[in-house]
Design a protein around this ligand. Structure first.
Ligand code: PMP
Length: 397
């Protein structure tokens, strides 16, 4: 990776000592993305899809152009993109929007984020679906055999992550998709952690739905999306209704629009959309293949450092299909204490359950863990400093 890119990140300039290892929570944003958001306020400033004055028209054009660019970045040209505030909202649109009257089973795993588990458990508790939650092994892995055994002709939806936020393991979503489709089920991929770090091939991998968050991929907070295979859009019912979603309304009857607009009620996050497009352009320029390659090197450094410091590693201890994200513990130390001590040395990590409490319990971290997650702006030198900090810290226990 070209380390000139570090100069693009204002927070790294403001805090030169900072070692930011919390990108799985949210990434830093490059100046280009920040400027792109500001450009909405300085050059456009109007509502899209509504006002016919020139600023309104320019805003609409910019947003539709952005939609195309984002779809292209995700390998989903010609499909639908519904803007949402984040992955959580996208997942809720899919989970609550499908019809379960003919097939009522949903298959997922224990190793998912609460953004999947909670809406599914609510539907189950309301008696609307049958939920099958696959258990993982102690490294957080679910085998293709388990997916094959669980997905059947009653399955309406299969839903799982492409890259895991607790173990750093990247699942074979392409194969899981095939198993789902062989049984006539739809698949929704939680791309919150995957889209930022790997090349996404929505159409080639034949996904039905993909949810993602801008803020984890160098983009702004409060914007993300749900990519939907064109033919699937009509299978979803919107659950937030309002302005911008309809063709006509009388007090007796509503005729909804038939494309993504049906799901984008109210005035949208235009600066966010423009900033997200800039993040996609930034990553496209770097090339996702280079991002992946560099992060594999960081993952190797990180694994070595954790092993050298006798950390308890939760999840797989090999690098196969592993992102540069590791959850770990230091024997005898509470996760929050470790995070606070690292913070005193300018190293930002996350501690706790990472909004995936059942997953943490399943991988043996029922009291929580520390998570160190890298991105393109991290360096091997930073990981060496992280190692020194761990060595000091470990000596206290
Ligand atoms: N899924 C996974 C795997 C995640 O890591 C996260 C965020 N930690 C989410 C879903 C939810 O993302 P957001 O908070 O941006 O909606």
């Amino acid at each position: 990776m070209d380390f000139d890119i570090r100069k693009d990140f204002p927070l790294l300039e403001k805090y030169p000592q900072l070692i930011y290892l919390d990108s799985a929570c949210t990434s830093l944003k490059p100046r280009q993305v920040i400027d792109a958001q500001i450009s909405y306020y300085t050059e456009l400033g109007a509502c899209g899809g509504r006002s016919s004055h020139f600023l309104g028209r320019k805003t609409s054009e910019k947003i539709e152009e952005s939609r195309e660019k984002i779809l292209e970045f995700l390998g989903a040209k010609g499909q639908e993109l519904i803007f949402a505030k984040n992955t959580t909202e996208g997942l809720n649109i899919v989970i609550n929007g499908l019809d379960y009257s003919k097939r009522n089973k949903i298959v997922t795993t224990v190793i998912e984020h609460h953004a999947i588990l909670l809406p599914l458990m609510k539907l189950r508790d309301d008696g609307k679906i049958k939920l099958e939650i696959l258990m993982c092994d102690n490294e957080g892995k679910v085998s293709l055999e388990q997916w094959k055994n669980a997905i059947d002709k009653q399955t309406a939806l299969v839903i799982t992550n492409s890259a895991n936020n607790t173990t750093g393991f990247n699942q074979n979503t392409k194969q899981i998709t095939k198993i789902a489709h062989d049984n006539g089920a739809l698949i929704c991929v939680d791309g919150a952690q995957g889209v930022a770090h790997h090349k996404t091939e929505f159409s080639k991998d034949n996904y039905d739905f993909l949810c993602f968050s801008g803020h984890k991929m160098l983009g702004p907070n409060g914007i993300g999306g749900l990519v939907c295979k064109k033919e699937n859009l009509q299978k979803l019912k919107p659950f937030v209704l309002g302005g911008g979603t309809v063709k006509t309304v009388t007090l007796d009857k509503v005729e909804y629009l038939t494309n993504h607009e049906k799901f984008e009620a109210g005035v949208q996050n235009y600066p966010g959309i423009i900033g997200l497009t800039s993040a996609c352009e930034y990553l496209k320029k770097l090339k996702m293949e280079n991002v992946e390659k560099y992060e594999r090197e960081l993952a190797k450094e990180m694994l070595d450092v954790l092993e050298q410091n006798d950390a308890i590693i939760y999840g797989s201890k090999t690098l196969e299909n592993h992102s540069a994200l590791f959850s770990f513990g230091i024997k005898g130390a509470r996760a929050h204490d470790v995070a606070l001590m690292l913070d005193q040395q300018n190293i930002a990590v996350r501690s706790g359950f990472f909004c995936a409490q059942p997953a943490m319990e399943a991988i043996g971290a029922k009291d929580g863990a520390v998570r160190a997650s890298c991105y393109i702006y991290n360096t091997k030198e930073e990981i060496r400093k992280f190692s020194q900090a761990l060595t000091k810290l470990k000596a206290l226990y």
